[in-house]
Design a protein around this ligand. Structure first.
Ligand SMILES: Nc1ncnc2c1ncn2[C@@H]1O[C@H](COP(=O)(O)OP(=O)(O)OP(=O)(O)O)[C@@H](O)[C@H]1O
Ligand SMILES: [Mg+2]
Length: 254
């Protein structure tokens, strides 16, 4: 293995007609890292995530996964290449059982994966309640369990990189804690995470590095501790102008 990042995104732009949601954003995720993607409402976080899996209108840029250019690839091919997304809002198929939700997630299983479909006992290892409710419909699960199922469905693709969009949104404080514990556990299992979280301090406590989006641009990046301590981070969330400050590992533009 070289130092090549697992995911390398350069100059990514996304536009919805006249609305430019992401502007020449570049970021990297190295294998084994948790990277936080932060920013105020409308900053372009979800658009970035969706563009990575070929589901947002990308108008420019390049996406390389483990040395393989997946720019412009069909979503199912991106998932087979090893990127799975857990969308905002724990969207599960409410009328389908836990088992079938997970089975669907495995339809685009990573090419070359030696493990085969995600099995009930493996699910139970991470999410005991899901294994217990294996044959129940997803619509009957609690919000926290549905979030677990949305994550399990992504894991069924046997991804190398999981994109988590606001996984703790709307959950009780106890369940928020569980989501953060789960992220740490996934990292221990060699799953790399790119996480969007409104819970900024908590995500910076668990992340290795972070990027801050403001108005579609990455205005700050660096080690999580540096991003946490930067005035520019606060400015980005208040929607104010960013300060210009440059250190060896933290760059601020804009
Ligand atoms: N399908 C769409 N059509 C038109 N504009 C869109 C669409 N999706 C997002 N946008 C716009 O693109 C910009 C970025 O939105 P995006 O959802 O990526 O931001 P976000 O950082 O995920 O915000 P939030 O914190 O609210 O989830 C916003 O101005 C938003 O209104
Ligand atoms: Mg969003």
């Amino acid at each position: 293995m070289t130092d090549q990042p697992l995911l390398s995104v350069s100059d990514l732009s996304v536009s919805y007609g006249p609305v430019q949601a992401v502007r020449e954003a570049s970021l990297e995720v190295r294998a084994g890292e948790i990277v936080a993607l932060l920013g105020a409402n409308g900053a372009g976080k979800s658009s970035t995530m969706w563009a990575l899996v070929g589901m947002a209108p990308r108008t420019g840029g390049r996406i390389v996964l483990d040395g393989r250019d997946v720019t412009g690839a069909a979503p199912e091919d991106v998932v087979r290449a090893g990127i799975a997304i857990v969308p905002e809002g724990r969207r599960v198929f409410a009328n389908l059982t836990v088992r079938d939700n997970i089975r669907l997630g495995g339809v685009a299983r990573r090419a070359g994966d030696p493990h085969g479909p995600l099995q009930r006992d493996e699910v139970g290892d991470l999410f005991p309640l899901l294994a217990e409710r294996w044959d129940q419909v997803a619509g009957g699960l609690s919000g926290g369990q549905q979030q677990q199922l949305a994550i399990a469905r992504a894991l069924a693709a046997r991804p190398r990189l999981v994109l988590l969009d606001e996984p703790s949104l709307g959950l009780s404080p106890r369940l928020v804690g569980e989501v953060f514990e789960l992220m740490a556990e996934l990292r221990r299992r060699a799953i790399t995470l790119l996480v969007v979280e409104q819970n900024v301090q908590r995500s910076l406590a668990i992340a290795d590095r972070a990027y801050v989006l403001q108005g579609g641009r990455i205005v700050l990046s660096g080690d999580a501790a540096e991003v946490r301590d930067s005035e520019a981070t606060e400015a980005a969330f208040l929607g104010g102008r960013t300060t210009t400050r440059t250190t060896t590992t933290t760059t601020v533009t804009g």
